[in-house]
Design a protein around this ligand. Structure first.
Ligand SMILES: [Zn+2]
Length: 73
């Protein structure tokens, strides 16, 4: 499938036969990381990993924030 990077607008080819749901691909231009997911219709989608982490941080927000804090010390 072709993916248009939401950051730098580069179009790049993603070989779905090489990756599985939950695998990551990176934009060849800006290195933005995407995660492959399947939506409710069973259609593959590439979503920015940082967006997924924001939606999904109820379980593990403590870890994320403690990493952040260490930069401020
Ligand atoms: Zn990009």
């Amino acid at each position: 499938m072709k993916k248009t990077c939401s950051d730098c607008k580069t179009r790049f080819e993603v070989k779905l036969e090489d990756i599985e749901e939950g695998d990551h691909v990176n934009c060849p231009e800006c290195n933005l990381e995407y995660t492959l997911i399947y939506d409710s219709n069973g259609k593959e989608k590439l979503v920015e990993t940082k967006v997924l982490e924001m939606e999904d941080d109820e379980d593990e927000d403590d870890n994320e924030y403690s990493d952040y804090d260490s930069y401020n010390d």
